[in-house]
Design a protein around this ligand. Structure first.
Ligand code: PTJ
Length: 239
């Protein structure tokens, strides 16, 4: 789907089209479209830019992932179509495997995502379901060599249940979620309130610079994000 170069919302429309094409290719779930729309709404509120609290969270996240013994990067149907190359590059930069974990898990979707990531050069992809975490959804199926033994897990565009279960299992959870009010955002150890399309390239950059350890408080960071949004809504920082 071509968007005219002159269209003022070209980038946003192209991103939206990636999700639509992902559905047509059996990669993204239909609900992934709804999740994307919710993300877009929150992206407007932060001005479709990486705001200072997100940058701080990205630094802290990369530092934690670099220090981890067994970091794992979780992939769902939205992540797979929005940032496939970047996510693979992040895995390489952090020496971390990617693991497919789907809410709407079907063998067909698993295969489509696996095929896509392999075609983009992913060499370290986990898809096993020989271990479990404490949720009832299909997300309970995890790989014994991945999330099951991971100490730090990146779970972008997530629903709250798995974050809660991973925390109960003693894992350190990092998320990327444009909604600072979501259950995932509130329960994760580090929440990056930014669009995954901006956050992952920055994560690669900071990983290559070996981001130093940061003191980080997720609750305070989310408060800062909400303050930022409030200031924007009050019209104080519009051009
Ligand atoms: O591929 P599956 O089967 O695992 O399904 C994945 C979805 C995304 C459908 C599933 O995880 C889901 O329903 O997620 P939620 O509960 O809608 O949460 C997704 C969160 O991601 C929401 O808070 C959105 O605001 C946020 N979000 C959506 N798009 C982006 C985003 N955050 C960062 N970048 C985005 N591009």
């Amino acid at each position: 789907m071509d968007v005219p170069a002159s269209h003022p919302r070209k980038e946003s429309l192209e991103t939206r089209h990636k999700i639509v094409e992902g559905i047509e290719q059996g990669i993204t779930s239909t609900c992934g479209l709804i999740a994307h729309g919710r993300g877009e709404a929150f992206d407007y509120l932060i001005g479709e830019q990486t705001i200072p609290p997100a940058d701080k969270a990205i630094h802290a996240a990369v530092s934690k992932l670099l220090q981890a013994k067994h970091p794992v990067l979780s992939v769902n149907g939205n992540v797979a179509v929005l940032v496939p190359e970047e996510y693979i590059a992040l895995g390489k930069a952090l020496n971390a495997p990617l693991e497919i974990n789907l809410f709407y898990r079907t063998p067909e979707r698993m295969k489509s995502i696996e095929k896509l990531l392999h075609s983009k050069g992913c060499e370290c992809l986990l898809t096993g379901e020989d271990a479990r975490i404490g949720v009832e959804s299909e997300r309970r199926k995890i790989d014994s060599q991945g999330q099951a033994k991971a100490d730090v897990i990146l779970v972008p565009l997530e629903d709250g249940d798995r974050t809660e279960a991973l925390k109960r299992a003693g894992k350190y959870v990092i998320t990327i979620d444009l909604n600072p009010l979501s259950r995932t955002a509130r329960q994760a150890d580090i929440t990056i309130v930014d669009n995954i399309t901006r956050a992952v390239p920055l994560m690669i950059k900071y990983a290559e610079q070996s981001a130093k350890q940061q003191t980080f408080n997720n609750k305070e960071n989310l408060e800062e994000t909400l303050e930022y949004i409030k200031r924007r809504l009050n019209g104080r920082i519009f051009d």
